[in-house]
Design a protein around this ligand. Structure first.
Ligand code: TXA
Ligand code: MG
Length: 353
């Protein structure tokens, strides 16, 4: 056990907070771990070019070692050293979306150890849109491997407090930059295929990507639990983002969904179970039983994405036995939200008509 230090850092006063960031950078260069904010979720950083440092990430998170890490960079040109070649599409996507919540998969160069890529010949690269993250990457040597800073299997952290909950005593330092903006992990696009493939949906949608590079496919493995349909991103096959309680999604017309959840919640409460419900601003007032969480308004899908992991963690802490959630097939980030929610629910869905 070691003491985990939490240092507050402010994105708007980055110059003022540079001593803390430089100290964190030194730790990274020495092969240590530092948790830090990005615009999506908190990351657990280590030197991506050091096999030993990358191995420490797997140990701290309890992460399976075949699950590759994303290498974070702070300027596009730095990509050249870690990939075999920079395709034209990578430049176009970077111009459109970097810094930002997009990760690109490319053929790796010899510089990147297999410990970082989980044994693959490809590497995931991303430039995050957070000034603390960018400064830390620069100070830490330019190539920072960073998975989400949660214990493996727990919801990704959207505050420094969440990181502390999971990793206190296991890492030396957390940079606390406040609550993140987006709240779900970056979109991952694989550029090593003939037609680029989305391996993980996120804030950058398929339509936004195809407006820049033309045809884009979506990995059929990511919205199903069909065992014959293995997702190409190794991390997507694990039961991620899982709350401790059983979770069931109820899908259909709003009115009927509310009615069904009320009925199920009543049955469970009658059987002595503690029930949690994930509803929206529009429906929360209509639930009669259980602990009700408002995830946000259906008119504001970014708000729903932003609150998702926080609510899953709060549900865990509240000790409920069973969770019923509405479904969120919203037009843009809806696919990303549902991808995370379906995993949390182990794909248990009730359709109401
Ligand atoms: O928003 C994010 O991407 C956050 C922040 C911290 O940047 N990071 C993050 O990392 O979500 P992680 O490790 O939780 O998720 C990385 C995902 C995993 O599903 C992994 O399997 C996939 O990226 N991945 C990484 N390298 C890959 C590769 N070479 N080929 C296919 N999938 C890869
Ligand atoms: Mg993760």
């Amino acid at each position: 056990m070691q003491n985990t230090l939490v240092l507050k850092v402010c994105e708007d006063k980055i110059q003022h907070d540079m001593p803390a960031i430089s100290h964190a950078g030194e730790l990274l260069k020495a092969g240590g771990l530092v948790a830090f904010p990005t615009e999506t979720v908190y990351g657990l950083g280590a030197d991506a070019l050091s096999a030993d440092a990358a191995a420490k990430i797997y140990a701290a998170k309890g992460r399976p070692s075949d699950n590759p890490l994303i290498v974070h960079i702070c300027c596009f040109e730095d990509m050249r050293a870690i990939v075999e070649e920079v395709p034209r599409q990578a430049r176009m996507l970077a111009d459109a979306f970097w810094p930002g919540p997009l990760t690109m998969i490319l053929q790796k160069s010899a510089k990147v150890p297999y410990e970082t890529t989980g044994g693959l010949d490809t590497v995931a690269v991303r430039m995050p849109a957070n000034k603390i993250a960018l400064a830390l990457i620069r100070e830490g040597g330019g190539y920072i491997a960073a998975p989400s800073a949660n214990t493996s299997g727990r919801p990704s952290p959207t505050t420094a407090g969440h990181v502390y909950e999971d990793l206190n005593g296991k890492i030396p330092l957390i940079l606390d930059g406040g609550e993140v903006g987006i709240g779900i992990e970056s979109t991952i696009i694989d550029l090593t295929e003939q037609v680029p493939v989305i391996l993980r949906p996120g804030f950058i949608t398929m339509q936004m990507l195809s407006e820049v590079i033309g045809e884009v496919r979506i990995d059929p493995g990511i919205l199903t639990d069909d065992a014959n349909c293995k997702p190409k991103a190794p991390g997507m096959k694990y039961r991620h983002y899982a709350p401790k309680a059983e979770m069931i999604i109820v899908e259909g017309i709003q009115e009927l969904v509310v009615k069904k959840i009320n009925q199920l919640a009543k049955e469970q409460t009658g059987a002595g179970k503690k029930v949690g419900i994930i509803g929206t601003t529009e429906t929360a007032g209509q639930y009669r039983q259980g602990v009700v969480f408002r995830i946000g308004s259906r008119q504001e899908e970014a708000e729903i994405a932003h609150n998702l992991y926080k609510i899953l963690r709060t549900l865990d802490a509240s000790g409920v036995d069973i969770i019923y959630s509405e479904s969120f097939e919203t037009p843009r980030i809806g696919q990303a939200i549902m991808n995370r929610l379906l995993k949390a629910a182990g794909h248990q869905v009730i359709q109401v008509r």
